[in-house]
Design a protein. Structure first.
Length: 276
């Protein structure tokens, strides 16, 4: 009797393990099929002023949000058919691969390494890596001036952090989980500068007028793309069509001016979509 009960218990345990394993399995989403069903899950940032912010009433605002919504509408999905999911820099590839989002619009730089894992539509914007410092700090004038013991903050898994480690190994780099955390550290004097793309930094500078400023000139070129499942060529081409349509109709410029017109940046020329 005891043996039979033990055998039954083992069998039940194995069944639970197998079921849990099956439920935990995941695969990339079919973007166009989801769009045809009238719903899309879009990954983005929740804490980047001027680009992508989750407001207190849980609505989303910013340039990246307008780009994401334009693409969704072009694919036939209205705004009320969108579910927004936070996509921190270090998690974007995982969210796409695991099928947790259909696509990501979140200051997502197109790089060769990332293209091994996910596909990109776009670019929909061209940015450049720069530095944000406290408004009264004139000691930092560019990336080279950081190597004298300055503490620099960026986000783990981001392209800016990777480029600093590679090109400026003497810099004391601290990596946080979000840019808003870096801004708080900069405000408290825990770090001397924050590095990421100029468009992101300009948004933070505009949010806290008189407290921060951009230092030096951009020292990289960053192509922002829409990340989507690897191999989904049809969806990539459709999203490219949407980006080109947004630029051609003037909606791209209008979205930029609405969210970033007061940031201090000059409106850049629209990018050319890569049809690789």
């Amino acid at each position: 009797m005891r043996l039979r009960k033990a055998t039954t218990a083992v069998a039940l345990l194995l069944a639970v393990v197998v079921t849990a394993s099956a439920c935990g399995s995941s695969e990339p989403r079919d973007v166009l099929q989801d769009a045809a069903d009238g719903h899309l899950v879009i990954g983005t940032k929740f804490d980047q002023p001027g680009l992508a912010v989750r407001e207190p009433d849980k609505t989303m605002s910013g340039f990246d949000i307008d780009v994401a919504k334009y693409i969704a509408n072009y694919l036939g999905v209205p705004e009320d058919g969108i579910t927004w999911k936070e996509a921190p820099s270090a998690q974007r590839e995982t969210l796409i691969k695991n099928g947790e989002v259909d696509y990501v619009v979140g200051t997502y730089s197109i790089t060769d390494n990332r293209k091994k894992v996910v596909d990109f539509a776009g670019p929909y914007y061209v940015a450049g890596q720069s530095l944000l410092v406290r408004a009264d700090d004139d000691s930092i004038t560019g990336a080279e001036s950081l190597e004298g013991g300055k503490k620099l903050c960026s986000v783990a898994g981001s392209t800016p952090a990777q480029k600093i480690k590679k090109s400026y190994p003497g810099v004391q780099l601290q990596q946080f989980d979000s840019y808003s955390s870096c801004v708080e550290a900069l405000h408290r004097g825990k770090v001397d500068a924050l590095t990421t793309d100029d468009i992101i930094l300009a948004g933070f500078a505009a949010q806290y007028p008189g407290e921060f400023k951009l230092a030096g000139e951009p020292f990289t070129t960053e192509l922002y793309g829409v990340g989507l499942p690897k191999g989904d060529t049809e969806a990539r081409m459709k999203i490219n069509d949407a980006i080109e349509d947004m630029i051609a109709t003037g909606a791209w410029q209008a979205a930029w001016e609405k969210s970033l017109g007061d940031s201090g940046l000059t409106l850049p020329p629209p990018p050319t979509v890569d049809r690789y």
